[in-house]
Design a protein around this ligand. Structure first.
Ligand code: BES
Ligand code: MN
Ligand code: MN
Length: 456
């Protein structure tokens, strides 16, 4: 018999220590996109491995062409399911630094929130599962099933090492269910289980004009302007009412089920409240769909950055020799990023204005996932979330992407439980990223119950 009161008491008595430990990890600037941070990546990997090992797990690091994977496992329990916890110890770059009220790698608690780069995405959320396994161990309880951890250091930058190692680590991956806490609750006090994530296909487009920047007085009117050509291409790619114009783009898209639309309509989402929170005049998107439908279950295209041309102070009268854009498509399950590359290539060939050439650079991609909301582990997960958060979770999908998940599912045929402890306004990837201190403790408690509920 599991002694839950003893685990609960342990968790209550160790909140400060759990916070201190998260702070230690948050102080390590493990920015996977930054090639000058190799030693921080190694430091973060070592920290995670040592933490797992301190709870008696058998651990190792799996080296590849980039930051190592950290792996750990508890004792096998014959006849019981195997759980694989996936998470990431890398974080997004912290710039623009001047917008942080306190430095990104000097964690602090402000207004009940843990503020630091990586607090919600994903160090804080990931650590909840580590702490809960350690709590079972520290209170002398034997886990009712085997828990494996696979924590990578490149989720924010393409997951190359994990993708490359997938075929070699079949034994480590083998599991019945993958548990991931790297997403959000529906809202404050409204925990959720997420049954779908969007995929992504990310590109850089470069429009090349003259062989050097030209005097726009001498040559303007005679030479195609790459900036204008790029603008034309981008606006033709997505109409004002939000439809993407790549040939065949919507063909594989699965329409929403009426039951999903009904379920989401009953969540009480407010467009006005979100517009206010984000500081925009109104929300916009594909005609015929609600905001939640557009964010969770419809594909879209966005521009992330515009490149080239004159970006300095004052004016400079040139026709730039080139301009570029970083863009991505969010995909829904059944869309394939490779197919999108093909469609984009065709689109660009047909839409390149006269006088310029277009170069397409394929940066990375991954398919979306939808899991069965009635899978056999859902009930147990729901009970665990309720035990940790005090209310039962609602079922949602989310718009973000964890591209490696589809590949892990393909490799294992396992079920997936996306148990997000964050909030939409946590500021992941933004300045002043935060994670609610209470949600960190609630997440640990929910996780401590999860092992019990998944074993039956
Ligand atoms: N934790 C996020 C994914 C996420 C965000 C899930 C919001 C659910 C809601 C993850 O770390 C992330 O940022 N993913 C990137 C993937 C990209 C770098 C390939 C994303 O979604 O942009
Ligand atoms: Mn993440
Ligand atoms: Mn992220």
């Amino acid at each position: 018999m599991t002694d839950f009161p003893s685990i609960d008491r342990y968790l209550e008595n160790n909140q400060q220590s759990h916070l201190d430990q998260l702070f230690e990890l948050l102080r390590i600037a493990s920015i996977s996109a930054d090639s000058s941070k190799k030693s921080e990546m190694a430091q973060a990997a070592n920290w995670v491995e040592a933490k797992l090992a301190s709870g008696g797990l058998k651990t190792k690091q799996i080296a590849g062409n980039g930051p190592p994977l950290v792996y750990g496992e508890t004792e096998p329990v014959p006849g019981k399911p195997v759980v694989l916890v996936y998470g990431h110890y890398d974080v997004q770059p912290a710039d623009p630094l001047h917008l942080w009220k306190t430095p990104p790698f000097e964690p602090t608690v402000r207004d009940g929130n843990i503020v630091a780069r990586g607090s919600t995405d994903d160090k804080g959320q990931m650590l909840t599962h580590v702490q809960s396994v350690l709590a079972w161990n520290a209170t002398g309880q034997k886990l009712p099933l085997q828990v494996k951890f696979l924590i990578e250091g490149q989720e924010e930058n393409g997951s190359e090492v994990l993708a490359e190692k997938l075929p070699d680590i079949g034994a480590e991956l083998a599991c019945d269910v993958i548990v991931i806490s790297d997403s959000s609750q529906y809202g404050k006090g409204r925990p959720a289980i997420t049954y779908g994530l969007r995929g992504i296909a990310y590109y850089e487009i470069r429009v090349h004009g003259p062989n050097a920047d030209l005097h726009s007085g001498s040559f303007g009117g005679a030479v195609a302007n790459p900036g204008l050509a790029l603008a034309r291409i981008l606006t033709e790619m997505k109409t004002a009412d939000g439809r993407i114009q790549l040939p065949g783009f919507y063909d594989p898209v699965i329409e929403l089920e009426q039951s999903e639309r009904d379920m989401w309509n009953s969540l009480g989402f407010s467009d006005e409240a979100m517009a206010k929170q984000l500081g925009v005049t109104e929300l916009v998107g594909e005609a015929g769909y609600t905001t939640l439908e557009r964010r969770w279950a419809r594909p879209t295209m966005d521009v992330h950055g515009l490149l080239g041309g004159y970006q300095g102070e004052g004016g400079k009268t040139i026709i730039p020799s080139w301009n570029g854009a970083k863009i991505s498509f969010r995909l829904v399950p059944n869309q394939d990023p490779k197919q999108v590359t093909q469609q984009l290539t065709e689109f660009l060939a047909a839409h390149t204005p006269p006088g310029v050439t277009v170069e397409l650079i394929d940066l990375h991609g991954g398919r979306g996932v939808v899991v069965d909301p009635n899978s056999k582990f859902m009930k147990g997960a729901s009970a665990a979330v309720e035990a940790g958060f005090g209310v039962p979770p609602v079922l949602i999908r989310e718009g973000g992407s964890i591209p490696i998940v589809a590949k892990m599912v393909e490799a294992t045929s396992a079920d997936v439980l996306l148990l997000g402890w964050g909030q939409d306004d946590d500021g992941a990837h933004s300045p002043n990223e935060k994670f609610s201190e209470q949600d960190y403790y609630r997440g640990i408690k929910a996780s401590s119950r999860l092992w019990h509920h998944l074993a039956i």
